[in-house]
Design a protein around this ligand. Structure first.
Ligand code: IPD
Ligand code: CA
Length: 260
């Protein structure tokens, strides 16, 4: 039967992103309890062989469906006018230590605007996704940010960072907020934490230095769920910077304004 309804915007691309995220997630789930090959170990970070293998799997899946799109990922690649932004394993340290809080994150950015994102947490089988301007979904059901407007009731993620002296300022902010909110949390995955704000599980997320691939997909999900995200780039390319994200109701700026 013919219909006049145009196909919903970006749905085909979103399906490809979800397919790629599930494939990478399946690999991560399968390997979760096995011994892992460490490619690089830094003071506060780990790079696993699997990070690269997952990105390769994602790239192959997306490229088969959209051969002309560029791919910029944590494990390499370069951008273009229409580009996938991929974090194949966000929460690598959690993953390495056997903590099941990690995810695969895939966004599509078109001439600077993030049009869609999906974040898949394989161990919980939770798929967060959104197309810009449409509703945010968790496993197909709509999600919204929390209504909490008082700091005293809020649960807040505040990462303290480990880069360029951001650690000390972050610790002061953490202490300042701890005295004013219900609970503080550091989950170890930026993308998942932002999706938790989108789903009303957390009320705000603050981190001094994360990368574009850590939050690109989650940003569109959070905004579609009614949340707010402010990004202050730390470099000219805009690939790393500070993120302040919240449910849109908490007086976050006011609370931070007198932080030492
Ligand atoms: C890290 C996680 C972590 C954040 C770091 C990121 P990775 O990503 O998102 O929560 O604090 O800044 O680098 O290395 O696990 O992909
Ligand atoms: Ca990451």
């Amino acid at each position: 039967m013919m219909t006049d309804t145009p196909p919903p915007h970006w749905q085909a691309q979103l399906l490809s992103a979800q397919k790629a995220a599930r494939r990478a997630g399946e690999l991560l789930r399968r390997e979760f309890l096995r011994e892992k090959t460490v490619d690089e170990r830094l003071a506060h970070d780990i790079k696993l062989r699997l990070d690269k293998e997952c990105q390769q799997l994602i790239a192959e899946t997306l490229c088969a469906d959209w051969p002309n799109y560029a791919l910029l990922g944590e494990e390499g690649g370069s951008g273009g006018d229409v580009e996938w932004i991929v974090d194949p394993l966000d929460g690598t340290v959690n993953y390495f230590y056997g903590i099941p809080l990690f995810c695969v994150s895939i966004a599509l950015r078109v001439r600077g605007t993030i049009e869609l994102g999906c974040v898949y947490a394989p161990m919980l089988d939770e798929m967060f996704c959104a197309v810009r301007g449409q509703e945010a979904l968790l496993n197909g059901r709509p999600i919204r940010v929390s209504e909490r407007a008082e700091m005293a009731q809020a649960i807040i993620f505040a990462g303290h960072g480990s880069h360029d002296g951001s650690g000390e300022a972050g610790m002061r902010r953490f202490a300042h907020l701890s005295a004013r909110v219900c609970k503080m949390r550091i989950l170890g995955s930026a993308a998942l934490s932002l999706c938790y704000v989108a789903a009303g599980r957390l009320d705000a997320y603050i981190e001094q230095r994360i990368h574009l691939w850590d939050f690109a997909a989650a940003r569109v999900i959070l905004e579609a769920a009614g949340g707010v995200l402010e990004y202050t780039p730390a470099d000219a390319a805009g690939l790393a910077g500070a993120v302040l994200a919240w449910n849109g109701h908490l007086p976050l700026h006011e609370t931070l304004s007198d932080c030492p």
